[in-house]
Ligand binder design. Structure first.
Ligand SMILES: Nc1ncnc2c1ncn2[C@@H]1O[C@H](COP(=O)(O)OP(=O)(O)OP(=O)(O)O)[C@@H](O)[C@H]1O
Ligand SMILES: Nc1ccn([C@H]2C[C@H](O)[C@@H](COP(=O)(O)O)O2)c(=O)n1
Length: 225
């Protein structure tokens, strides 16, 4: 029952609003971005899913993961498409839904090499910038490179051990192996994973998933007060 003195306010966000949520592997970006997007009634955009789709497409085509010319030409000839919604993203290549095959150890092992290629990054950046705002965009370089003028920027961290504890239920591997893999992916992705100078840094270790979402919503709505 709402207090009569606090009439319901339907916050609407104009078409220019972009919220970015960056962070290291398994820091909670996708889960937090989805929760924030649902609360704001806007889509969330998973840039990581596009990089994973690019790696999956390269593996499917049997292309060398470091062959920038071949991979960039393949993306131009067989474009990826991100279907971005508040409750989840799906990545397509033509009519093929690649999403079920993107969060696997094989793609985890391949994606950093593909994401290191400037031509692949440029292709994905163009696709991300073509998406209609408002939305919440999550990844590594949303607030630094792709959407530097975003309305509000956040960067999530947590210790490798905490992140491994969160991931252990999702993967068929022991926690030490998961932690080692996360540390390695952090190292490989470091170049594009630095926080924007104007990003709010959030150590998610002491916070619940909902706690992180609520903290971000408070700061986004303060920016619109
Ligand atoms: N603050 C939190 N407290 C507890 N669990 C969390 C928290 N944030 C995220 N999680 C859980 O941790 C797991 C990893 O989260 P998520 O997949 O959103 O991370 P990510 O950064 O998107 O990962 P990746 O970089 O691999 O895409 C999920 O099971 C999620 O529900
Ligand atoms: N903006 C981005 C998003 C992701 N990547 C790379 C780094 C990761 O290894 C990989 C998968 O991302 P995740 O699903 O773990 O968020 O893609 C990147 O370079 N830039």
């Amino acid at each position: 029952m709402r207090n009569a003195r606090q009439p319901h306010r339907t916050q609407t966000y104009n078409a220019t609003v972009i919220v970015t949520i960056d962070g290291v592997a398994a820091s909670g970006k996708s889960s937090v971005a989805s929760g924030v997007a649902r609360a704001l009634h806007v889509p969330y955009v998973s840039s990581g899913l596009l990089y994973r789709a690019a790696a999956r497409a390269a593996l499917n085509a049997g292309l060398p993961l470091t062959d920038e010319a071949a991979l960039t030409a393949h993306l131009r000839a067989h474009p990826l498409r991100l279907d971005a919604r508040a409750d989840g993203n799906r990545a397509y290549q033509g009519d093929t839904d690649l999403t079920p095959h993107l969060h696997t150890d094989e793609v985890d092992d391949a994606v950093s090499a593909v994401a290191a290629l400037p031509g692949v990054r440029a292709w994905i950046d163009d696709h991300l910038r073509s998406l209609p705002a408002p939305f919440v965009a999550e990844g590594r370089d949303m607030g630094t490179n792709v959407f530097p003028h975003a309305t509000a920027k956040f960067y999530l961290t947590a210790s490798p051990r905490v992140r491994a504890q969160r991931r252990v239920n999702e993967r068929d591997a022991d926690i030490d192996a998961i932690e080692t893999a996360l540390r390695e992916r952090d190292r490989r992705d470091a170049r594009q994973s630095q926080p924007a100078p104007d990003a709010h840094l959030i150590d998610t270790g002491p916070l619940t998933l909902q706690g992180v979402i609520d903290l971000i919503l408070q700061r986004v709505q303060a920016a619109h007060a």
